[in-house]
Design a protein around this ligand. Structure first.
Ligand code: GTP
Ligand code: MG
Length: 280
């Protein structure tokens, strides 16, 4: 059962960058797609194949396509730490962005790009034995994120009508907005995709920003994330005892974070429940 991830526009591609880094850490995959612990892995971790396909040489390749109408964001992946992970054809960029304009993303500039992207999607689907569906990452506010995503979703709905389409969308916030027309773009894409998306997860950019603006919290999150990744990769290598020790350290970290001057109101505002510190 495979899932194909599609990352569209600046926000979508940048989320993709972080997502694939995390998936690699979780599954013990190196930056070049190689997996040193492969034999241990393939026995107990079939979930790997949902997100990665394996080449003849044993390299793991993400099942995904990253696309932006302009080159700079995708170029960062092309030259970044994980550049060898992706096949060059999975990274698609044009010359000119949609300039926050839904119509440019959907009709003019996007229209010229859609065939190339659908071709790549088709190649990805052909590598699946039982494709479950598509995960689509994008912003609501960008011209590419809104206009091109809706065009892509319409094409997916036509060509792969029985497959699930799940959207992960960055919801615009007035404080962070890059353009005044972001609300219009959001309405236009909501209208187009309402009937063709099976489920939409919206991420509020203001909430994300509140978390990252607080340096104490951002450091704590970075530390916790590293620990989690480490924990996962250790478990993947079969050193479970060490992973257990990591959990203990992790718990201590939680306690430290809680004792720091953490703004509890911030969690409440985000609708998040503070992690419970009581031991089971
Ligand atoms: N959380 C988060 N939001 C982002 C990121 N990049 C852009 N955004 C948000 O996305 C919206 C702008 O859309 P972009 O994704 O930059 O635009 P685009 O899809 O590249 O479209 P065009 O540049 O207009 O062609 C704004 O609301 C930004 O705050 C990111 O890396 N993280
Ligand atoms: Mg852009």
């Amino acid at each position: 059962m495979e899932c194909i991830s599609l990352h569209v526009g600046q926000a979508g591609v940048q989320i993709g960058n972080s997502c694939w880094e995390l998936y690699c850490l979780e599954h013990g995959i190196q930056r070049d797609g190689q997996m040193p612990s492969q034999s241990v892995h393939s026995l107990d971790d079939m979930s790997l194949h949902t997100f990665f396909s394996e080449t003849g040489t044993g390299k793991q390749v993400p099942r995904g396509v990253l696309v932006d109408l302009e080159p700079t964001v995708v170029d960062e992946i092309r030259t970044g730490a994980y550049r060898q992970l992706f096949h060059p054809d999975q990274l698609i960029s044009g010359k000119e962005d949609a300039a926050n304009n839904y119509a440019r993303g959907h009709y003019t500039i996007g229209g010229e790009m859609i065939e190339r992207v659908m071709d790549r999607v088709r190649i990805q689907t052909e590598q699946c034995t039982a494709l479950q569906g598509f995960l689509i990452f994008h912003s609501f506010g960008g011209g590419t994120g809104s206009g091109f995503t809706s065009l892509l979703m319409e094409n997916l709905a036509t060509d792969y009508s029985k497959k699930a389409r799940i959207q992960f969308a960055i919801y615009p916030s007035p404080q962070l907005s890059t353009a005044v027309i972001e609300p219009y773009n959001s309405i236009l894409i909501s209208h187009t995709t309402m009937d063709i998306a099976d489920c939409t997860f919206m991420m509020d950019n203001e909430a994300v920003c509140m978390l990252t603006n607080n340096t104490a919290i951002v450091e704590a999150w970075a530390r916790l994330n590293r620990k989690f990744d480490l924990m996962f990769s250790k478990r993947a290598f079969g050193e479970f005892t060490e992973a257990r020790e990591n959990i203990a350290t992790l718990e201590k970290d939680y306690e430290e974070v809680a004792s720091e001057t953490l703004d509890v109101g911030c969690f409440a505002e985000l609708g998040l429940v503070r992690p419970s510190l009581s031991r089971a």
